[in-house]
Design a binder for this molecule. Structure first.
Ligand code: CA
Length: 226
C-alpha cells in the first residue's frame, strides 16, 4: 500500500480527500500547514506527496523547491489557480504532476498511481484493480472494499493470476500450469478446494457469485460485480 502525505490547509478538502484516497487503497497522512508537512516528510518520507499550493505559512512553490533539494519522491500539486504560467513554473520547480481544484478523488487517485508507476519505487507500480478488489503483487496484499484479505500463499497466487486475466475465462489447465506449476495436468479437486476457500474469503458463494465466476467445463473468471 502506497503512503500519501496530503498537505492541505482547508480542513473540509483535507478530510474528504484523505478519506476518499484511503478508500482507493492508499495509506494517507495529512498536514494542515507547509512546515508541518515538511517535518512529517523528513521524519518519515511517504511514497508520494499531494501539495496544496495555497498554504497559510509558506508559499507552495517555495515548499516544493525545499522538498526537491533533498528528496526525489513524486509530488502532485493541487492548485485552485488554473493559470498556465503558474503550472509551468510548478512543473519547472519539480512537481511531477498537478490537479486543478475542484478535482475528484478518483481523478487524483489515478494521477497518484500514474506518478508512482513512473517513479517505479513502490509496490503500487503493478497494482491490479478489479472493481473494489485491489491486488498488489509486489507487496502480496489483496484488499476488498478497503479491507485486507487474509489469504494463504496459494490463494493469493490464484487470485493474482485470475486478476491478471480479469474479465476472461481462465482454463483449469492454465491454472494448474501457472498457479500450481503442473503443466501436464493434475487434480481438478485441488483447484475446486482452493476456489471454494477463496470464494469464502471474498464473501460470496458459488450460487451467488460476485467476483468469482465458474464456467462449467471451461474454467474460472474473475470480474467486477455487475
Ligand atoms: Ca489552500
Amino acid at each position: 500500500m502506497a503512503t500519501v502525505l496530503l498537505i492541505e490547509d482547508d480542513q473540509r478538502i483535507r478530510e474528504l480527500v484523505a478519506s476518499r484516497l484511503a478508500g482507493h487503497g492508499f495509506a494517507v497522512r495529512t498536514a494542515e500547514a507547509g512546515l508541518q508537512g515538511l517535518e512529517s516528510l523528513l521524519a518519515d518520507p511517504p511514497d508520494v506527496v499531494v501539495l496544496d499550493l495555497g498554504l497559510p505559512d509558506i508559499d507552495g512553490v517555495d515548499l516544493l523547491r525545499m522538498i526537491r533539494t533533498g528528496h526525489d519522491l513524486p509530488i502532485v500539486v493541487a492548485t485552485a489557480r488554473d493559470d498556465e504560467a503558474e503550472i509551468v513554473g510548478v512543473l519547472d520547480a519539480g512537481a511531477d504532476d498537478y490537479v486543478v481544484k475542484p478535482f475528484s478523488a478518483e481523478h487524483l487517485a489515478a494521477r497518484l498511481r500514474a506518478v508512482l508507476r513512473r517513479s517505479g519505487g513502490t509496490a503500487e507500480a503493478g497494482l491490479l484493480v478489479v472493481g473494489e478488489l485491489e491486488i498488489d503483487p509486489a507487496g502480496r496484499v489483496a484488499i476488498l472494499a478497503g479491507s485486507q484479505l487474509d489469504l494463504t500463499r496459494r490463494e493469493f497466487d490464484l487470485l493474482e493470476h485470475l486478476a491478471r486475466n480479469a474479465g476472461t475465462v481462465v482454463s483449469r489447465a492454465d491454472l494448474l500450469a501457472q498457479v500450481w506449476n503442473q503443466p501436464y495436468g493434475g487434480s481438478d479437486k485441488t483447484i475446486d478446494v482452493h476456489l471454494s476457500w477463496l470464494r469464502r474469503k471474498l464473501g460470496e458463494t458459488a450460487d451467488n457469485p460476485r467476483y468469482l465466476h465458474t464456467v462449467r467445463g471451461v474454467g474460472v473468471k474473475l470480474a467486477p460485480p455487475e
